[in-house]
Design a protein around this ligand. Structure first.
Ligand SMILES: Nc1nc2c(c(=O)[nH]1)N[C@H]1C(S)=C(S)[C@@H](COP(=O)(O)OP(=O)(O)OC[C@H]3O[C@@H](n4cnc5c(=O)[nH]c(N)nc54)[C@H](O)[C@@H]3O)O[C@H]1N2
Ligand SMILES: Nc1nc2c(c(=O)[nH]1)N[C@H]1C(S)=C(S)[C@@H](COP(=O)(O)OP(=O)(O)OC[C@H]3O[C@@H](n4cnc5c(=O)[nH]c(N)nc54)[C@H](O)[C@@H]3O)O[C@H]1N2
Ligand code: SF4
Ligand SMILES: [Mo]
Length: 679
């Protein structure tokens, strides 16, 4: 479908999904009606083409009032029944406010849980509601613990930040790119196709699975899941032996190298081969390529979802420090580019951080189910930008807890989801096509305008407006809680010093910020206690961790069990789009991938279903044989909607919510299961 001709206008906007790409988009309209949502042809990222999931969803269900939530709903059946009657906004908000006030009076504000994440990353819809929750004094379900907190804590110990990555624009100066535990073919398809695909550097992918990203790389190392710290140490062993250490850099800009070096002699490639499964010769080859540099190291979020995820991140991040790959073009490390100051965004102003006080109460997402089942800790739950009944661990236990009649639950979403089914009130949110906002991606250094191109369906409202109205209903008078969207947008842009108004940015669509390619850690000053890169960290030690990362590797599962990975699917964005009819057709039935030998060991016949089980739960799905996996590793992507699956559950019914070593984060790629044919 393409649109041109008389009366057709084109408006630029930005995709705010939790995706490495942050595509700039072009929306064509006639008489105010959307004809097509597509990629912006002038955008260096999307080059005129959205990913297939978005180009389907944004042109179908997202524009379809029949698929969307359009009115506030009040529960009319049993808790969890998904039965509701429509109510007006004023009535809904007055009742919600009265119920929350009663909880505050009788049990304290900390028994109200605030569960939110990245359903949209546009700045107002993602951050402004935090003003309300800060004022309320709710307990925040620490958002990053469902995703990437182990990596943040680990890199924070070493560099003082995990949010300033290399600038992707510096790739032209790079000789080698290591993509370690990320699969952008699914999680950032344009980064994969264009940035990685067109790089002249040698591309090395380190992943237990031969993903499409790995298959397209020059070299693929296939370690056992959770063995990456041992692999990192073996790479360092070779780098040291081959004289490729940057001794001057280590002496001037790091602390603790001697403690790392003391461990290197034992970490030979042969030693690592036994622990990781990666052939010693490949370790030798990659170590020399990386060590010669300049080299970029991309540490994926998938990498750290292991019980030793923090240790793994610290061990991998030794590589750029040991080889002096900082402070020069073509070298660096990237986890997430999410330093708002670098993007000139004053996020503390946007969240009005002062309203929350010094130590707002927090729990890990890994504790959500246990907290919600305890009436002494949880009396009310507000969920926005998130679908925990699909994406959180301990799915069966969580759903039982959500069924508590005395847990007052409010859910904001665009669509009726598994989570909205458990609500006392469902509040309809406007999509990114229906309100103005700003989008700062987390890979490319850019700031985009999200521009309203349609009216929200029915009575749906932007997150920001819903929380303004709720603040009013609660009787909160703080002016911070009542700032309008345009005050917020112009306020953010004025504070940025970029010389842009929302209108001028909207006309451009997307702006590179900073304008010129940045050299990572150009000043070689680090926000650590020593001001250097802390390879050995006193802060880590004080928090109960080893001073230096250890060359550890996870042990293989007991006989009969396999390691179950559940990474990003190319067809959904977390659980978003899991309800989109065409996406569901393309994705097909839920099927676990297994190594052919694992299938043969279990006598699996083609066409039968298999039952995956562990102490947490069980799940019945189709299976497919795949030699892209090592023996003992199975794969079932995240993102299915439990309510649309035959067993009313998805892969998270098997996820016990094991915490990582650092940050109380999700070790979801460490799940183990048995697999047997269903007779
Ligand atoms: N097994 C397994 N589970 C995982 C993971 C894994 O790797 N394996 N990954 C984890 C990770 S990394 C993450 S980040 C989480 C993500 O999990 P969630 O944060 O739950 O993400 P989604 O499932 O996409 O849910 C986002 C919801 O926000 C809604 N939404 C979109 N835009 C708006 C808006 O403007 N306003 C409002 N109010 N709502 C909106 C969408 O419709 C959607 O229902 O899942 C985690 N779960
Ligand atoms: N299409 C799509 N895009 C997405 C998402 C989505 O659900 N769908 N989710 C978004 C979100 S919230 C996030 S956090 C990112 C996540 O995107 P990524 O950072 O790419 O992370 P994952 O998809 O969890 O896993 C990436 C790879 O890590 C590998 N892996 C697992 N365990 C290990 C290990 O121990 N060692 C190594 N070396 N590799 C390992 C997996 O096999 C997988 O191929 O993607 C974002 N983009
Ligand atoms: S989800 Fe990612 S790839 Fe798809 S349109 Fe949005 S930013 Fe682009
Ligand atoms: Mo995530």
């Amino acid at each position: 479908m393409s649109a041109s001709g008389e009366g057709v206008t084109t408006t630029l906007t930005t995709c705010p999904r939790d995706c490495y790409d942050s595509c700039s988009m072009a929306v064509t309209r006639r008489d105010g009606r959307i004809l097509q949502v597509r990629g912006n042809p002038e955008d260096p990222v999307s080059r005129g083409k959205l990913c297939k999931k978005c180009s389907i969803a944004y042109n179908h269900e997202w524009l379809d009032p029949g698929a969307r939530l359009t009115r506030p709903l009040r529960r009319s059946g049993a808790k969890g029944s998904g039965q509701f009657t429509e109510v007006g906004w004023d009535e809904a908000l007055a009742d919600i406010a009265a119920r929350l006030q009663a909880v505050i009076r009788e049990h304290g504000a900390a028994t109200i849980l605030n569960a939110h994440y990245t359903g949209t990353l546009s700045l107002l819809a993602f951050l402004f509601p935090q003003r309300f929750f800060g004022r309320l004094g709710a307990t925040e379900v620490d958002p990053d613990t469902i995703c990437n907190m182990a990596g943040h804590v680990a890199l924070g110990y070493m560099f003082g930040t995990s949010l300033q990555g290399f600038d992707p624009r510096t790739v032209a100066w790079s000789q080698c790119i290591l993509v370690w535990g990320a699969n952008p073919a699914a999680s950032g398809p344009h980064v994969q196709q264009h940035w990685l695909g067109e790089a002249e550097a040698t591309v090395v992918v380190i992943d237990p699975v031969r993903t499409p990203t790995a298959a397209a790389a020059d070299i693929h190392l296939q370690p056992w899941p959770g063995s990456d710290a041992a692999l990192a140490y073996a790479l360092l062993h070779v780098i040291a032996r081959e004289g490729l250490l940057d001794e001057a850099f280590l002496a001037a800009h790091t602390v603790g190298w001697e403690e790392v070096a003391a461990r290197l002699p034992e970490c030979t490639p042969a030693w690592a081969e036994a622990r990781t499964g990666v052939p010693a010769a490949q370790i030798e080859r990659v170590a020399v390529l990386y060590g010669r540099g300049p080299s970029l190291l991309w540490l994926g979020q998938g990498l750290q979802r292991q019980t030793g995820g923090g240790n793994i991140m610290r061990a991998c991040a030794l590589l750029p420090a040991a080889t002096g790959n900082f402070g020069r073009r073509g070298g660096g490390l990237l986890y997430l580019n999410w330093d708002m100051a670098q993007r000139r965004i004053d996020d503390a102003w946007l969240t009005a951080a002062h309203l929350a006080g010094d130590a707002p109460p927090r729990i890990s997402h890994m504790a959500l189910a246990s907290c919600l089942e305890d009436p002494a800790r949880a009396r009310a739950l507000l969920v926005w930008n998130m679908n925990p009944a699909a994406s959180s661990p301990e799915q069966a236990r969580l759903r039982r807890a959500l069924q508590r009649e005395d847990l007052f639950t409010v859910v904001l979403d665009l669509f009726p989801t598994d989570t909205t089914d458990y609500a006392d009130y469902v509040l309809p949110a406007a999509s990114f096509l229906e309100c103005d906002d700003l989008v700062a991606g987390y890979f490319h250094l850019a700031l985009g305008a999200q521009v309203k191109v349609a009216e929200p369906p029915g009575e749906a409202l932007p997150n920001s407006e819903i929380f303004r109205r709720l603040a009013r209903a609660m009787g909160y008078a703080e002016p911070e809680l009542h700032a309008s969207d345009s005050e917020l947008l112009e306020g953010l842009l004025a504070r940025s010093g970029l010389g842009e108004t929302f209108a001028s940015l909207a006309a451009k669509g997307r702006l590179a910020v900073p304008a010129e390619p940045a050299v990572q850690f150009a000043e070689l000053r680090f926000a650590t206690p020593s001001g250097r890169i802390e390879l050995a960290s006193g802060r880590a030690q004080a928090a109960g961790h080893p001073r230096v990362p250890l060359p550890d590797a996870d042990v293989r599962p007991q006989p009969g069990r396999v390691r179950l990975l559940s990474p990003a699917s190319e067809w959904t964005l977390n659980s978003s789009f899991g309800n989109v009819a065409k996406v569901r057709t393309h994705a097909g039935a839920s099927a676990v991938l297994l190594h052919p030998d694992d299938a043969r060991d279990r006598g699996l016949q083609a066409g039968v279903q298999v039952r995956l089980a562990n102490d947490c739960g069980s799940l019945t799905v189709d299976w497919q044989s795949s030699d892209a996996l090592p023996r003992g590793v199975a794969l079932l992507p995240k993102g299915r909607w439990p309510r649309l699956e035959s067993g009313a559950a998805n892969v998270n019914v098997l996820n016990p919510g094991t915490r990582t070593d650092m940050g109380e984060s999700s070790a979801v790629h460490a799940v183990e299961v048995t697999i047997e044919a269903v007779s």
